[in-house]
Design a protein around this ligand. Structure first.
Ligand SMILES: Cc1cc2nc3c(=O)[nH]c(=O)nc-3n(C[C@H](O)[C@H](O)[C@H](O)COP(=O)(O)O)c2cc1C
Length: 178
């Protein structure tokens, strides 16, 4: 059941040293290419990185929050052409999540690494560092990197009985849904 998949999906930042089968990589990327997008403009593009040297360099794209990428088997760099769609951020975010959910459905672990609005250091934007490293054309924007690999850690599933139901309102804001 899809609900069970959502309960069990957690951000996985430790991976075992195992290559991801090509069939699984193909399925992940085909899923991303089927993502819904505003007006069907599909402004996203994806760079699949498996090269160990590049993965290590990509893992340094932020001072914190990206180092675990060094041990991942695959990075999917999610970029978009802002000229193709004004809401490219939403489109690229949806594709990023679809990649994560598909990876999880294939017994892989994944974690989102935020790129947009982040800095490698006080002098360089994370996005500029990645674009230079991967030869991404200047007009494109980078939303995220999704790190993927066979899980090297186990995490507790989300508890459906302990969700923030107080965030849910019914008909009007001041009426709680129960
Ligand atoms: C937009 C977004 C940006 C995120 N950026 C990072 C990041 O840069 N580094 C990281 O380790 N995790 C990142 N995460 C993962 C979150 O930390 C994680 O989803 C959150 O703590 C909830 O945990 P869970 O995914 O295991 O349910 C990001 C998640 C989202 C949705």
């Amino acid at each position: 059941m899809f609900f069970d998949l959502l309960k069990k999906r957690r951000s996985i930042r430790k991976y075992i040293n195992k290559k991801i089968e090509k069939e699984k990589v193909d399925m992940i990327i085909k899923s991303a290419l089927m993502s819904p997008s505003s007006r069907g403009r599909r402004p996203w593009e994806f760079v699949l990185v498996e090269d160990r040297d590049l993965l290590e360099k990509l893992s340094n794209c932020r001072e914190h929050g990206s180092q675990f990428l060094k041990e991942a088997a695959l990075a999917v760099v999610v970029l978009a052409d802002p000229d193709k769609c004004d809401v490219w951020i939403e489109d690229a975010s949806i594709a990023s999540l679809i990649i994560q959910l598909t990876a999880h459905s294939l017994d892989l672990g994944s974690c989102w690494i935020q790129v947009r609005e982040r800095y490698k250091n006080e002098f360089q934007k994370t996005e500029d560092y990645i674009k230079e490293l991967l030869d991404i054309p200047p007009d494109y924007c980078v939303e995220s990197i999704i790190a993927i690999g066979y899980p090297g850690e186990e995490k507790e599933a989300h508890d459906e009985n302990n969700l923030s139901m107080d965030k849910v309102h019914y008909n009007k804001y001041n009426i709680k849904y129960s």
